[in-house]
Design a protein around this ligand. Structure first.
Ligand code: NAD
Length: 421
């Protein structure tokens, strides 16, 4: 029987990174020790092991997780990741980051995340469907439109969300579209959700360029990751006039100093399964060190570390991915004068439009794409200004400033509700 329950250990512990980031902000904020203890723990963590019938008739065991970090400000919200390297530690970190992200953009959610240790690229459509329906059933003790609302993350997409909606609805006996976000529009998804994270990355980059006097319309951009976040961010940045000089997927990257033709890259990827080979080859490590104005890590965590941060040449780093930069690298980039827009701000566009999707589902009343994008724009710009104002006031980097803002909001909600019983 194939065993998918054991994942390779992650290089840098995302959970250690999340705790260190929190501790830095808590210290700066002078947060009382008892509140620090409350916020350092995830509220709930569910581990599930479940069998899935493969297409060849064999049964394989899979492990999955769902973690809720904090729900003081509202229902738990966070994506579901399918990747061979998923660990409980990683899911805990991603859940904590969701708590801070929802607080930074001030939407009424707590933080959660889920994951299954699997390689969706090596599974057929029907195997992915059976895995998803079984995992959704296993975590149905936690998820629901009023309690915990999943969304797509690495390795999952709108189809995955459609299966979860259907599975949850079958168990209820009626349709519950608000149980997940990032669904297809045909079953209650929102206009603009697919592009929302990339659009938020573009807005954050634009505001940062404006603030630092960089000509956005001529800026050169390197993007690590060619998924939902990276590919959409590339297209929207190019629409603003930026020159995307490099982009990568899990197999490596492609680079042209005069800029890539993104439509041609998309066609090449569709035909070859990778962007590698379209232009000059670069590795996923090299792409981070290319001379460019704006670097967008939009793949996985732990990419910019103390070992390579010194070689980053970009003036602005916009974290499309969650947790791509370690605290050691943060310090090096800060000393070098690199402006880093932290994940909890820069990639919050996705959860903002997820929130819009959930509100539309609950009201069964849908908005058009123009309304969605303009509301997203105003929330992202307001959050950017809130974070930069906090950074100036506290004389600190934008990550610490964003955390101070978020931790203050979550701590206030936690304190005002008091400790039960
Ligand atoms: P995705 O699965 O659509 O794409 C991931 C991309 O990363 C793919 O191009 C893949 O080939 C590439 N990749 C995988 N392993 C890699 C490696 N080792 N090195 C380099 N590239 C690698 O995922 P996504 O939804 O675009 O998510 C990317 C990042 O953005 C994640 O950190 C995720 O948590 C974060 N994020 C996603 C959303 C969202 O709405 N989808 C929202 C906020 C944050």
């Amino acid at each position: 029987m194939p065993d998918n329950t054991v994942a390779a250990p992650a290089k840098v512990s995302a959970w250690d990174v999340a705790l260190e980031q929190f501790d830095i902000a808590a210290e700066k904020l002078g947060l009382p020790q008892d509140m620090r203890q409350v916020l350092r723990y995830p509220k709930r963590q569910l581990v599930v092991h479940f069998p899935v019938r493969l297409d060849n008739g064999q049964i394989a065991m899979f492990s999955g997780y769902r973690v809720q970090h904090n729900i003081a400000r509202g229902p738990a919200k966070g994506g579901i990741r399918y990747h061979p390297d998923v660990t409980l530690d990683e899911v805990k970190a991603l859940a904590m980051w969701m708590t801070w992200k929802c607080a930074v953009v001030n939407i009424p959610y707590g933080g959660a995340k889920g994951g299954v240790v699997c390689d969706p690229k090596k599974m057929s459509h029907t195997e992915r469907e059976r895995l998803t329906r079984r995992y959704a059933t296993e975590i149905s003790v936690l998820i629901g439109p009023e309690s915990d609302i999943p969304a797509p993350d690495v390795g999952t997409d709108a189809q995955t969300m459609a299966w979860i909606t259907d599975t949850y609805s079958m168990h209820r006996g009626y349709s519950v579209p608000a149980v997940v976000t990032g669904k297809p529009i045909a079953i209650g998804g929102s206009e603009g959700r697919r592009e929302a994270t990339g659009r938020g990355v573009m807005i954050a980059a634009r505001e940062a360029a404006k603030q630092s006097g960089l000509a956005f319309a001529d800026a050169t951009v390197a993007i690590q990751g060619y998924g939902n976040v990276g590919s959409v961010a590339a297209d929207l940045l190019a629409k603003e006039g930026c020159k995307v000089i490099a982009i990568s997927d899990s197999q490596g990257g492609t680079h042209h100093p005069n800029g890539l033709d993104l439509a041609a890259v998309a066609r090449y990827k569709a035909a070859n399964g990778t962007v590698v080979g379209y232009a000059e080859k670069v590795t996923n490590e090299e792409i981070l060190e290319l001379p460019c104005d704006i670097l967008v890590p939009a793949a996985l965590e732990g990419q910019i570390t103390a070992a390579n941060a010194d070689r980053v040449k970009a003036k602005i780093v916009v974290e499309g991915a969650n947790g791509p930069t370690t605290p050691g690298a943060d310090r090096i980039l800060w000393d070098k004068g690199v402006l880093l827009l932290p994940d909890v701000l820069a990639n919050a566009g996705g959860v903002v439009v997820s929130y819009f999707e959930w509100v539309q589902d609950l009201q069964a009343f849908f908005w058009n794409e123009g309304e969605i994008n303009s509301r997203l724009e105003s929330i992202m710009v307001r959050a950017f200004r809130d974070v930069t104002a906090m950074a100036q006031k506290e004389e600190t980097d934008l990550r610490t400033a964003a955390y101070i803002l978020a931790v203050q909001r979550v701590a206030e909600a936690t304190a005002i509700r008091c400790i039960y019983p």
